[in-house]
Design a protein. Structure first.
Length: 131
């Protein structure tokens, strides 16, 4: 019983960390989109290059952190599944790899697509500046 309580406490902390990391990442993505929209016509190309370099480095680090947290959550799910705890992350205990492994892959894909969308938006705004 103590082990199960400890696992649930760890699960809750991992979920909090995952939600916070994802929210922070999306805040950075949307901040770049807003800055691109409002300042896209005013900054020089060198300034934009520096901004995109810093943004790319931060995005890579944050996506790595988010995906790592979700993989930790999957590993904990398997551990909880081995101890026969009744519920894990809103679904049956993780004893089958298929559905559970999709979570970090799906979240990682969403993060990469958000990054790519913001970069595409950046280039569309830059193209409007040249026109």
């Amino acid at each position: 019983n103590f082990r199960r309580q400890r696992q649930m406490c760890i699960r809750d902390r991992i979920l909090e960390a995952a939600h916070a990391a994802l929210a922070n990442y999306l805040t950075v993505v949307f901040a770049v989109v807003v800055v691109t929209f409002f300042a896209g016509r005013k900054l020089e190309l060198l300034s934009w290059g520096f901004l995109m370099l810093v943004y790319t480095l931060f995005a890579l680090g944050m996506v790595n952190e988010i995906v790592s947290i979700y993989w930790d959550m999957v590993r904990l799910g398997f551990e909880i599944g081995e101890t026969h705890a009744p519920v894990w992350f809103g679904m049956a205990a993780a004893t089958d790899e298929g559905p559970v492994l999709a979570i970090p892959i799906m979240v990682g894909t969403m993060c990469v697509l958000a990054y790519l969308g913001s970069v595409i938006f950046f280039f569309r705004i830059r193209r409007q500046v040249k026109a």
